[in-house]
Write a protein of this length. Sequence first.
Length: 147
Amino acid sequence: MVKWSDFERATIQDIFSKIDSGAVGAAALSRCLTVYPWTQRYFSKFGNLSSADAIASNPKVAAHGKVVMGGLEKAMKNLDDIKNAFKDLSVLHSEKLQVDPDNFKLLADCVTIVVAGQMGKAFTAEVHAALEKFLAVVVSSLRKQYY
Ligand code: HEG
């Protein structure tokens, strides 16, 4: 069971209230597909992913980035039981999508970078630490149903 301090709880809510979630999701997934090109293999039906520009302007990437952020918002609303909230999502990524779970951390890092860019000076080391912990719990919850 993960313990959250009042500061961490408040900070995680605050991050989501400050960021433009759709823009963060699109930019983070786009960055992930560009920086770690092997992640493209799961998105073959998304069309043109042939260059950084093609990825950044691909509407399916943007739409899916928003879906991913919807997942993070669900985790934010279920801070005390993320593992349970992500049970079906973990089964889906494992059994149907067969996503290599190492990729979760890569996308999470891209989310961190994009959030940092959007928040600017407000992204202090303490805010970073709270987001890092949140995303670590998200990643471990997504890995939970793999065997
Ligand atoms: Mg995943 C579907 C969340 C990492 C590949 N992902 C989804 C869905 C959500 C989600 C909410 C929709 C599920 C549904 O339709 O019921 N994904 C999610 C999170 C994270 C993550 C929160 C980690 C931060 N996903 C991830 C990674 C890959 C991946 C790293 C591949 C490298 N996700 C993936 C694919 C789909 C989803 C291929 C199905 C897309 C589609 O069919 O449109």
